[in-house]
Ligand binder design. Structure first.
Ligand SMILES: [Zn+2]
Length: 111
């Protein structure tokens, strides 16, 4: 199965990068919430994860998928064209190589 590596939101801190530890008092006797950096994601709020393409599609949602489709629609014909050109160049180079090695074949080689 094809899987892709993504940076997902850290489950431990919900992507906040800090974890609530408890209430504390400051020097004026005022209560405040004490936090510590999340140990799970080293304070980045992100966690690397391998997901299937199906899962990735779900994560991206319909809107992003439509944009991805649009990008692919533009890219695929270009890539296809590029492949065709590469194949053509390879054939030409092959013929040039043959001509170089056997100049007597000359005109017969030209389509
Ligand atoms: Zn975290």
């Amino acid at each position: 199965m094809l899987k892709v590596h993504i940076l997902d939101r850290c489950g431990e801190c919900s992507g906040e990068s800090m974890v609530f530890v408890g209430m504390d008092m400051d020097q004026n006797g005022q209560p405040f919430k004490r936090y510590r950096a999340c140990g799970q994601c080293a304070g980045s709020g992100l966690k690397p994860r391998w997901v299937s393409l199906r899962e990735l599609a779900d994560l991206l949602g319909a809107e992003e998928l439509r944009s991805a489709e649009q990008v692919l629609e533009v890219l695929l014909p270009v890539m296809h064209e590029q492949k065709k050109q590469e194949a053509l160049m390879a054939r030409l180079n092959e013929r040039l190589q043959v001509l170089h090695n056997h100049p007597e074949l000359g005109e017969q080689m030209i389509d």
